[in-house]
Design a protein around this ligand. Structure first.
Ligand code: ADP
Length: 281
């Protein structure tokens, strides 16, 4: 079942910049979809269409089977279904304390005080930020801010969570904490869409990848399908995952028998190498 669908959307900013051109993007229920593209490709602009923050210049956006209607009441409904976590948590966090920030969304949904309290507690626990309730968000580290921003969205219990570069600027532990959480949420049924330019992460978590460059989707498919097309990846100023690049060098330069499709993760590379060298072992 399609939960997000854009049909031929084109978007021009008021200054005339064409940021998206005839973009067709689909996220099915229960998927983790990665939107991969270099800086300035149009990732953030596309995401802002997913909950009606911006309206396409041409084309339509369909959320949960319904074409988005840009009246206030419908937009409220969409924003409860699709939660967007911005790239920079400072664009999202504004309340004087963590607890007030996370409570803002559910309070606006008109839920009872008890329900709001319960949701805030649960959301902070999920992101491992319980104990930080009274802290001002601007006193938190980058990773902590990001987790509070995610808690604020989780507290609204959206069906779909859209995260713009969720691991950018985080140290490896912070990044892996966030990915683990997204994995768990996905296992519980949440559809997740992530934008990134980190090609190494994509094959680890994504079931489907879209490559965007200069406002156009130039390729989509499973990570193996997409990374098999090395030329398109490089033309878009992206690169192969490091592991696949190593296998490519071993094949082309050292004439070792690692042909395409190259393994994309450490786990699959290990399997392939062990298979190839089992006689030596
Ligand atoms: P990405 O998220 O992939 O880095 P963006 O969606 O932020 O890319 O930007 C896509 C294009 O739109 C870029 O050329 C960028 O300069 C332009 N752009 C982004 N925001 C605005 C804006 N508010 N006004 C005009 N142009 C913008």
């Amino acid at each position: 079942m399609k939960v997000i669908e854009t049909k031929d959307i084109t978007y021009e900013y008021p200054d005339g910049t064409k940021a998206l051109e005839t973009v067709n993007f689909i996220a099915e229920k229960g998927e983790i979809v990665a939107l991969l593209g270099p800086n300035g490709a149009g990732k953030s602009t596309l995401f802002l269409h997913f909950n009606g923050i911006i309206r396409p210049t041409w084309g339509t956006v369909v959320i949960d089977g319904k074409t988005v209607n840009y009246n206030k009441k419908e937009l409220m409904k969409i924003r409860q279904k699709v939660g967007i976590v911005f790239q920079n948590p400072d664009d999202q966090l504004f309340a004087p304390t963590v607890i007030e920030d996370v409570a803002f969304g559910p309070m606006n949904m008109g839920l009872s005080k008890d329900e709001v309290e319960q949701r805030v507690k649960e959301a902070l626990y999920r992101v491992d930020m319980d104990g930080f309730e009274k802290k001002p968000p601007h006193h938190l580290s980058g990773g902590e801010k990001k987790r509070v921003a995610i808690a604020g969205i989780l507290a609204m219990k959206p069906k779909i969570m859209v995260l713009d570069e969720p691991t950018s600027g985080l140290d490896p532990k912070g990044a892996s904490q966030i990915l683990k959480l997204l994995y768990q949420l996905n296992n519980e049924g949440m559809t997740i869409v992530i934008s990134t330019h980190d090609v190494d992460l994509v094959p680890i978590y994504a079931s489907k990848v879209y490559i965007i460059n200069q406002g156009k989707i130039i390729k989509h498919g499973t990570p193996s399908e997409v990374f098999e097309d090395v030329k398109t990846i490089r033309d878009a100023n992206l690169r192969l995952p490091r592991i696949a690049h190593l296998m490519e060098i071993l094949e082309k330069k050292d004439k070792l028998p690692f042909n395409k499709p190259y393994p994309l993760t450490i786990g699959s590379a290990r399997k392939r190498i062990l298979e190839e060298f089992k006689e030596i072992k």
